[in-house]
Design a protein around this ligand. Sequence first.
Ligand SMILES: Nc1ncnc2c1ncn2[C@@H]1O[C@H](COP(=O)(O)OP(=O)(O)OP(=O)(O)O)[C@@H](O)[C@H]1O
Ligand SMILES: [Mg+2]
Length: 136
Amino acid sequence: MNKEDKGELEIKSETDLIRVRRLLREITHNMGFRTTDITRIITAASELVRNTVDYAGKGMMNWYIISTDNKEGIKIIFTDNGPGIPDIEKAMEPGFSTSNCLGMGLSGTKKLMDEMEIKSEVGKGTTVIIKKWLKS
Ligand SMILES: Nc1ncnc2c1ncn2[C@@H]1O[C@H](COP(=O)(O)OP(=O)(O)OP(=O)(O)O)[C@@H](O)[C@H]1O
Ligand SMILES: [Mg+2]
């Protein structure tokens, strides 16, 4: 198979949402994801794009088609060099927000994806890794 299996996209402003959504829709559709899962992935990624722009100003999105012996999936990594998250557990709680927003971005993202991991260091930045597996 000769399909493109990774890529990256710079996130500099909210207008990059359109590019991210278009790109992820194409990749996940080509991978064979169903519409419901495509919507979940795009919704989750959109929240992480917004967080990148809102809290760090800018960042990167890297995507990879990943596989194990019996399954294929997509991994999307958001990295930024923003202020970082002092208490990740708290930030993951539904309703927690430092910006007077709904505080549903991270908790919602976790529900929509199969796997989610956050690494962050105050003053250095944040990395959020999400994965979705194709159901065979
Ligand atoms: N990339 C990031 N860098 C620094 N802080 C972050 C980052 N992403 C999230 N946070 C922190 O985690 C909190 C929770 O994020 P979450 O996306 O769940 O909610 P929100 O952005 O405040 O509101 P909503 O997404 O519902 O509009 C944020 O208020 C912010 O303090
Ligand atoms: Mg948010």
